[in-house]
Design a protein around this ligand. Structure first.
Ligand code: C2E
Ligand code: CA
Ligand code: CA
Length: 767
């Protein structure tokens, strides 16, 4: 209770303990009043307090607010910093570990885990270097080094605060650089960087560099690099050493003034400076270049400045290609393509070029010139007899003689023993005649090779521009035609082209062409001419070929047999004749003989004895009835082979007759070398019987020879009774000729061969 009230209450109480109500009332009133006053005072202070509290509160709130904001800001800031730190840490290209003083992991980044394939469960703050090493060994991603040594070295270095920088390889081939760096507070940071790619690129670059060096060293062009500032040599490749004939150690570091004459050096230096001023690449096409030792080379040069990063000329590159050898090669190739290697005379290509040019020139000048085709006589024979070495040497010596004789006219060897001449433009045929004459004289004298005196005659055909042709091709063709004609007529002669030679040649080619299909078209026929004993008895027939040409009518064998021989058709033609004649003869009731002419070509191709044997079997003709007529020509070419074939033929049982005896040169010697069955005296001797006594003597001698050798002698071409009488008197055994019977289709001689009821049989002998 309030003291005031306690005192007032005491006053209101009488010593008897009785309560003084008045005093009490007063007391109550005053207490009340007091209470009221107190209440009002309290109310006032409460509201003051509330105000104060409120104010305080507000201040506090503000304070709290401020504090909170600051806190939030700081938090945000640190969070951002943390994020940045994390981002930086985890986005590093290097793996990173940070260790504390005790060697425990403080922090590690994602790259580290990823680099070595490690799990974040194990690589976490607190783990040791050893833990990490073991983890990596387990993952197979530890370095190819001793792990214990690694741990020991690292720990020692970090304790001593020595930074360590090491590059190591993983077993998978990656190369890692590890940098361990002590930090101020005692721990250390380790970064791991994968430098595999960089290493590879470096190696690649080294290889490229090496390749470039190899190329530079080995290109066949001179490469020189000079320093742009002082023009001293800084690089010379091998070709450059060769080019200058100097070793690079004697050139590098020097200037041209140390190496070349002062004039040359001044010139080069001026050029270099000029190039550096212009700053442009320059190419100098083939030009002569003075070389050390007074030599001159033909070169091309490319020069260009090489700039540094700032665009300033740093080096001066010169590339020199030495064309000297190539020029020489080109000249040699050009010579080779235009010359015959054996005689070094111009070849066909050169001849054609010269001819084209001469035609043009003559056309412009309105003048004439001649083309000569030359062909050596007997060259093939010399080659065969003495061998190719002698043949080649002969050609070389002839070429030299021809060159002299041509007196500057264009002489070429077109191949084999063919030479051609083009005279200068000028009056013709005088020039052509003069050259031909000189050539004949030049080759008139024997040429001695290896001790053999060789004679090489020459036949010449000439064509003249513009009469015989206005273009190269026809001029050559016509000179060849004239040559061909000259050879056919007389070897060693000179012949000018005549238009009808050409016509004849063309006709000949056409006939040759037609002849190929003559058998197939059934245009060939055999005529048969009887052969008789001197007394008149018919002993057999000679088969003689005839060609019924569809447009030219009957063509004589004298014309078409040589054509067939030339084209080779004679082989199939001869086979047809043989088969046809044997088939015919086999059909005759009387066993008369059948004579067939063989061409030398038939001995050279195919198996003649085999063919005859086959035909005999096929036709059933008795071999003894077949007589094969051969001329000397069969034996001339390859005597041994011909004789062996003749022996095989004889072994079949057929007879061999020597035809046209007396016309060749060596008939007598051939008679000795092979046992012929018959000699046929050439009809020319019989024809001349009445005209000259030599024929008589020859015929007499041949008949005598036949008797001596025990060979029957047949006289061909007997046309008159006088001839027959002479032959009979001389003891000739057999005769053949118009007097006995002309060559005719066999049906005309049906009676003679034994066929019955043939109308012409009785007239045969009288025809
Ligand atoms: P050859 O073998 O000397 O033939 C004889 C030639 O003289 C035949 O000319 C014949 O018709 C002719 N003749 C025969 N009797 C007389 C006569 O009394 N007076 C005259 N002036 N001539 C007579 P053909 O048939 O023109 O044959 C010419 C040459 O053609 C033949 O001469 C022969 O070398 C060749 N020949 C003919 N047929 C063939 C053949 O089938 N094969 C071969 N390889 N050559 C043949
Ligand atoms: Ca004959
Ligand atoms: Ca004959």
């Amino acid at each position: 209770m309030h003291k005031l009230y306690a005192r007032q209450l005491a006053k209101a109480t009488k010593p008897s303990g009785e309560i003084d109500l008045g005093a009490l009332g007063e007391l109550v009133v005053s207490a009340y009043e007091q209470a009221d006053r107190d209440r009002r005072r309290t109310d006032r202070s409460i509201s003051l307090m509330a105000e104060e509290l409120d104010r305080l509160n507000r201040g506090l709130e503000q304070l709290v607010d401020e504090r909170t904001t600051a806190l939030r800001e700081r938090e945000a800031k640190s969070q951002a910093q943390n994020l940045q730190f994390d981002a930086a840490l985890n986005n590093m290209t290097q793996g990173l570990n940070m260790f504390d003083t005790a060697g425990r992991l403080v922090v590690s980044n994602a790259r580290y885990l990823q680099m070595y394939g490690l799990s974040p469960d194990i690589v976490k703050p607190g783990c040791t270097v050893r833990d990490l090493v073991q983890q990596r060994i387990a993952a197979g991603t530890f370095f190819a080094v001793d792990p214990e040594k690694y741990i020991a070295d690292l720990t020692t270095s970090m304790t001593k605060k020595n930074p360590v920088n090491a590059t190591m390889e993983l077993t998978d081939g990656r190369v890692i650089t590890v940098i361990s760096q002590p930090i101020a507070d005692g721990g250390w940071v380790v970064t791991h960087e994968d430098i595999t790619e960089r290493r590879r690129a470096e190696k690649e670059r080294d290889r490229s560099q090496e390749l470039a060096n190899t190329v530079i060293e080995n290109v066949p062009v001179t490469i020189i690099v000079k320093d742009a500032r002082d023009l001293r040599f800084v690089l010379i490749n091998r070709a450059g050493e060769e080019f200058y004939g100097a070793r690079r150690e004697n050139m590098i570091g020097k200037t041209v003034h140390d190496l070349f004459s002062s004039t040359a050096a001044d010139y080069i230096t001026e050029q270099d400076k000029d190039l550096l001023r212009s700053g442009e690449r320059r190419y100098f096409d083939e030009h002569p270049m003075a070389m050390p030792g007074n030599k001159t080379s033909i070169v091309t040069t490319t020069r260009l400045p090489i700039r540094d990063q700032n665009g300033e000329p740093r080096y001066l590159l010169t590339v020199i290609e030495d064309r000297t050898q190539r020029k020489r090669d080109e000249a040699r190739i050009a010579h080779m393509t235009h010359h015959d290697p054996l005689t070094d005379l111009p070849n066909r290509a050169a001849f054609n070029e010269c001819l084209e040019a001469t035609v043009e020139q003559a056309a412009l000048a309105g003048e004439s010139f001649a083309v000569l085709s030359l062909d050596l006589d007997r060259f093939k024979e010399i080659n065969d007899v003495f061998g190719h070495t002698v043949g080649d040497e002969l050609l070389r010596q002839i070429a030299r003689r021809l060159e002299v004789a041509c007196e500057g006219a264009f002489l070429a060897r077109l191949g084999g023993d063919e030479f051609n001449v083009i005279t200068a433009v000028g009056p013709q045929p005088a020039a052509a005649e003069a050259i031909s004459e000189r050539i004949s004289v030049a080759l008139g004298k024997d040429i001695a090779i290896d001790g053999h005196p060789l004679h090489a005659g020459l036949t010449i055909g000439v064509s003249i521009y513009p009469n015989d042709g206005t273009d190269a091709e026809s001029l050559v063709a016509n000179a060849d035609a004239a040559l061909y004609h000259a050879k056919a007529e007389e070897r060693g002669s000179i012949r000018f082209f005549e238009p009808d030679i050409d016509k004849r040649l063309r006709e000949k080619r056409a006939l040759q062409h037609d002849l190929r299909s003559a058998i197939a078209r059934n245009e060939l026929e055999l005529y048969y001419q009887p052969q008789a004993l001197i007394g008149g008895e018919i002993t057999g027939f000679e088969a003689l070929a005839r060609w019924h040409h569809p447009s030219r009518g009957m063509i004589s064998p004298d014309t078409f047999i040589p054509l067939a021989e030339e084209s080779g058709v004679i082989v199939s033609l001869g086979e047809w004749i043989l088969r046809e004649a044997c088939r015919e003869a086999a059909s005759w009731p009387r066993p008369l003989s059948i004579a067939i002419n063989l061409s030398p070509m038939q001995f050279r191709h195919g198996d003649l004895p085999g063919l005859v044997h086959e035909v005999l079997l096929e036709t059933g003709l008795t071999p003894g009835r077949l007589e094969l007529e051969i001329t000397e020509g069969v034996l001339v070419d390859d005597f041994a082979r011909a004789v062996s074939l003749l022996r095989r033929l004889k072994n079949l049982g057929v007879r061999i007759a020597m035809d046209d005896f007396g016309t060749g040169y060596s008939s007598l010697s051939y008679l000795q070398s092979f046992p012929f069955d018959k000699i046929k005296i050439d009809q020319s001797f019989i024809a001349k019987l009445s005209q000259n006594s030599q024929s008589e003597a020859i015929i007499r001698a041949v008949i005598g020879l036949g008797h001596g050798l025990d060979l029957p002698v047949v006289a061909e071409g007997v046309e008159t009774e006088e001839q027959l009488a002479f032959l009979s008197k001389e003891g000739c055994n057999e005769v053949q000729g118009f007097l006995i019977g002309r060559p005719k289709p066999i049906r005309n001689y049906g009676g003679l061969v034994g066929h019955k009821k043939t109308r012409s049989a009785s007239v045969a002998l009288a025809s």
